[in-house]
Design a protein around this ligand. Structure first.
Ligand code: DAT
Ligand code: MG
Length: 141
C-alpha cells in the first residue's frame, strides 16, 4: 500500500512500476480514504506502541493506494523492494531507500508474512481481487 505521503508526492506510478517490472502480478488495486476503524484494525499489532496514535492519524490523513500483488515469494520479494522500515537505514535502490527520509513517513506498507497478508487482504479487499493469467507468467517462474 502506497501511504498518504507517497500518494501526495506523486510516487504511485513509480512504485507500481517497480513491482510490475519485478514480475509481480497486480490482482487488486484501489485509491481510498482509509476509515479510522480500518486503520486501527490494520495496525492492531501496534496498538500498545507509543507511535500508534500518530500512525493511525497519518494513514487516515489523505488517500492511500492499496494493492494485492501475486507471485513466487511475493511477500519477501515485495519487502525487499520496499527496504527497511526506517528509510534512514534502507538501502539505495529500495523504495524507502530512494524516496523516504523519516520512519514516520516511510512511503509504503507491505504485509510481512503469509498470515498477515491473508488477514490484510481480507480486511482491505474482501472478495475484490481478480484472478487472471498472463502470457508472461511462463517466463517468470
Ligand atoms: P513495517 O511497515 O516495515 O512493516 P512495522 O510493522 O514495524 O514496520 O511498523 C509499522 C509502521 O509503524 C512503520 O511502517 C512505521 C511506523 N513505525 C514503526 N516503528 C516506529 C517507531 N519506532 N517510531 C515511529 N513510527 C514507527
Ligand atoms: Mg509491519
Amino acid at each position: 500500500m502506497v501511504k498518504p505521503d507517497g500518494v501526495q508526492r506523486g510516487l504511485v506510478g513509480e512504485i507500481v512500476s517497480r513491482f510490475e517490472k519485478k514480475g509481480l502480478k497486480i490482482v487488486g488495486a484501489k485509491l481510498m480514504q482509509v476509515p479510522q476503524s480500518l486503520a486501527e484494525e490494520h495496525y492492531a499489532e501496534h496498538k500498545e506502541r507509543p507511535f500508534f496514535k500518530d500512525l493511525v492519524s497519518f494513514i487516515t490523513s489523505s488517500p492511500v493506494f492499496a494493492m494485492v500483488l501475486e507471485g513466487d515469494n511475493a511477500i519477501s520479494v515485495a519487502r525487499t523492494l520496499m527496504g527497511k522500515t526506517n528509510p534512514a537505514e534502507s538501502a539505495p535502490g529500495t523504495i524507502r531507500g530512494d524516496y523516504g527520509l523519516t520512519i514516520g513517513m516511510n512511503i509504503i506498507h507491505g504485509s510481512d508474512s503469509a498470515e498477515s497478508a491473508a488477514r490484510e487482504i481480507n480486511l482491505w479487499f474482501k472478495g475484490e481481487s481478480v484472478s487472471y493469467d498472463r502470457a508472461v507468467d511462463a517466463w517468470l517462474a
